[in-house]
Every structure is written in structure tokens, then in C-alpha cells.
Design a protein around this ligand. Structure first.
Ligand code: BYC
Length: 344
């Protein structure tokens, strides 16, 4: 497994591993100009910051916020597509979709592991998700109405995710950067399977083509909003860039995504629902219309079409899984006692 756990400092954690991170959390960070200067020099030299390195509290806090939100997005992101596993149109599509949804679960786990190396326990992060305190990507609060939505999520949602996540492979925090390398490889397969599914539908009958166009119309603007608020209204961007967490700004990534996607839409034979979308020779980019930021913020703040349903599903899964977690901990304890006895 692509674990970051080797980086955890304290071997005396409990069987659930929690004491390790609590111990780290409790460690009070000494602060001095020399420590700060050495951290800044590392970031400027594009070296990785590792879990045992000194880091400013605000850097640690920002990473926990972003990585845990990212992990939550992967886990909640399993739900809209998981909804179609039992209704996939063929065995091949079902197998692909199961593999994809399972990959998203795996991404969540790598990312929770990366965030744990910063001294926050998985229980704390999940508690923040379940209580509605933590954010997850706005995109997963919209419903998947028909099979074409599954293809469009692969093509556009995973396509937007890759655009945002490739630069994160160069993030200054080592465990996050390393986790993102594998995540991006898998996301690339996800994007291609979605595009291929849509290509097949577009060679089908009129009803199938209409389904694809309808799904693209519903998802396009929401995918553009995934990159976050415009740079001018993005409170975390400047500091995130200074720390080498963010490498490319929200607006620049959004523009790159649009420029890459328009030719793909042409090959597919669908139109994108933006009358202002037009190549601008001078800029060398596509111009585009305005995103509905009121809708974005309403969704981010819990009032999108599926927010309550998504959270309720996650909370139920957590409660239903309690006996499995208890059994795993009991087994680990038994194993540890057996190992101790054998060593004695
Ligand atoms: N949705 O100052 P800003 C996937 C929040 S999973 C919700 O620009 P930052 C997939 C932001 O958190 C994709 N909230 O912030 C999975 C902040 O709020 P707080 C998930 C958003 O951090 C399964 C506030 O707005 N990807 O692809 O510099 C199946 C101000 O924003 C959103 C990641 O998580 C949003 N879209 O930049 C298929 C990537 N946008 O925390 C696919 C990692 C912004 O102050 N994250 N907000 O309360 C990032 O790259 C950055 O955190 C963001 C935001 C670009 C998202």
C-alpha cells in the first residue's frame, strides 16, 4: 500500500495508531527566526518538507485543511457514481465503474494517511466531515440522473480533477506530493474511460446523443466552479503559492481546463453550454462566460441539491461500520499480545 505511515514519529501508538498522531499534535512547535529561515529556504529551493521537519503552525493547518478536504471529496465522490453500479448497461461498464469507485476510496485513504502525518487523527477529520464543519468538493452535491452522467463525470469531473491535481504532485509537502502521483495516474484512467463511454453513446441513437448533450449541459458550469473562486476572491491562494502548496492559480487552471476540453467536445460532437465560449487569438485562450458564484457558494455552504443526502449517507456508513472497526482493533490487540508473548 502507498502508505505514509512510515513517517510517523512515535512507535508507541495504540493499536488504532491514534496515540502517534496525538503525540505529534501535542508537540509544541518551538519557533525561532532560524527555524523559519531554514523552512523558507527549503521551500524556495523546491525541496520537500517532511513530517518530522519543523514547519510553521499555519503551514501545518493549511495542509490539514486542504488534504482532509481533498480526502473527504474522494470519499463523498464515490456516492454519485456508486449510485449507478447496479444499473450499468453492461458487465464491462459495471466492472469499469466498480474499479473506478474503488479507486476513489483508495485515494481517500492515501490522503487521510498523508494528513495524519501532520498530527491530526483520522477520527478527528471524519468527525469534522460528519458534523458538517469540513468542506468537500462542491461538485459532489449534484445528482446523477442518467447513465450519460457517469460518462460525463469521468470526462469532465475527473478531467478537472487531473488539471488541478497534476501540479499538486510538486507540492512542497512530501507525503501529499507523493500520494498525488499515484492518484493522478488513476484519475487519468478514469477520465479516459468516461470519454470512451461517451464516444460510444455518441455513435448510438438520437436518444443516446440527447442524453449525452443533456448531461454535459448540466455538468459543464459546475465543473468550471470546481477550481475554486476567482483568484481575486480566493483568500488562501497567495499564501498557498508562497508555500509551494499551490503551483498554479484557480483561474489559470480553469483556463487550462477549458482550452483542453473544447477540442475534445468537438471530437465528441457535442456543444458546450456557453454562448460566450470563443477562441481569442490575441490571448491564445478561449474566452468564456461568467460562472454563477452565488450557486457555488450556496452549494459549498451546505445548500446544494444533494448536500444533506450525501452527508447522511456518509454518517450512516460510519455508524454501520462501527462493528468492523471494533473487530479490527480487537484483532490487532490480540495479535500484539501474541507477538509479545512469542518475543518473551
Ligand atoms: N468545493 O481560497 P480558496 C475528485 C473553498 S476529488 C468546495 O481558493 P484553496 C474526484 C475552499 O476550501 C476533487 N469548497 O481555497 C473524486 C476555501 O474554504 P475554507 C477534490 C471549495 O484551498 C471522486 C474557500 O472555498 N480536489 O476529483 O486555496 C470522483 C476559498 O477558496 C471549492 C481537491 O480537493 C470547491 N470546488 O483552493 C471523481 C484538490 N473551491 O477551507 C473525482 C485539492 C474552493 O477556507 N484542493 N473551496 O473553508 C485544492 O486544490 C484547493 O483546496 C482548491 C481551493 C483549489 C479546491
Amino acid at each position: 500500500m502507498y502508505t505514509q505511515a512510515l513517517d510517523l514519529p512515535n512507535p508507541d501508538g495504540d493499536s488504532a495508531g491514534n496515540a502517534n498522531v496525538v503525540a505529534m499534535n501535542a508537540r509544541s512547535e518551538p519557533h525561532s527566526d532560524a527555524l523559519q529561515a531554514s523552512f523558507d529556504a527549503k521551500v524556495d529551493a523546491d525541496e520537500k518538507i517532511e513530517p518530522r521537519d519543523w514547519m510553521p503552525d499555519a503551514y501545518r493547518k493549511t495542509l490539514v485543511r486542504q488534504i482532509s478536504q481533498h480526502a473527504h471529496s474522494e470519499i463523498v465522490g464515490m456516492l454519485p457514481e456508486g449510485n449507478w453500479i447496479s444499473r450499468a448497461p453492461s458487465l464491462k461498464r459495471k466492472a469499469i465503474l466498480i474499479a473506478k469507485v474503488q479507486d476513489e476510496g483508495g485515494h481517500g485513504l492515501y490522503l487521510y494517511s498523508a494528513a495524519e502525518t501532520l498530527g491530526t487523527s483520522r477520527d478527528q477529520m471524519l468527525d469534522a466531515l460528519h458534523s458538517g464543519k469540513a468542506k468537500y468538493s462542491s461538485i459532489f452535491n449534484y445528482p446523477t440522473l442518467n447513465w450519460a452522467d457517469v460518462g460525463v463525470i469521468g470526462w469532465l469531473v475527473d478531467g478537472a480533477a487531473i488539471m488541478n491535481q497534476i501540479p499538486l504532485c510538486r507540492c512542497s509537502y512530501g507525503p501529499y506530493a507523493r500520494a498525488m502521483i499515484r492518484v493522478c495516474k488513476e484519475e487519468s484512467f478514469h477520465q479516459r474511460q468516461g470519454y470512451e463511454a461517451l464516444l460510444v453513446m455518441m455513435q448510438g441513437n438520437e436518444a443516446q446523443k440527447t442524453m449525452v448533450q443533456d448531461a454535459v449541459n448540466r455538468w459543464w458550469w459546475k465543473c468550471l466552479a470546481m477550481f475554486g473562486p476567482p483568484d481575486a476572491n480566493s483568500p488562501h491562494s497567495a499564501q498557498g503559492m508562497r508555500w509551494g502548496i499551490k503551483r498554479i492559480s484557480n483561474d489559470d487552471l480553469r483556463q487550462k481546463f477549458i482550452d483542453a476540453t473544447v477540442p475534445q467536445a468537438n471530437v465528441l460532437g457535442i456543444s458546450l453550454p456557453d454562448p460566450q465560449l470563443k477562441w481569442n487569438e490575441e490571448r491564445g485562450h478561449y474566452d468564456h462566460g461568467e460562472i454563477d458564484w452565488d450557486e457555488f457558494w450556496a452549494t459549498v455552504n451546505g445548500n446544494g441539491p444533494c448536500n444533506k443526502e450525501r452527508l447522511a449517507t456518509r454518517v450512516k456508513a460510519w455508524n454501520d461500520g462501527e462493528w468492523v472497526r471494533d473487530a479490527a482493533i480487537a484483532h490487532a490487540r490480540k495479535q500484539a499480545q501474541r507477538d509479545l508473548k512469542e518475543a518473551a
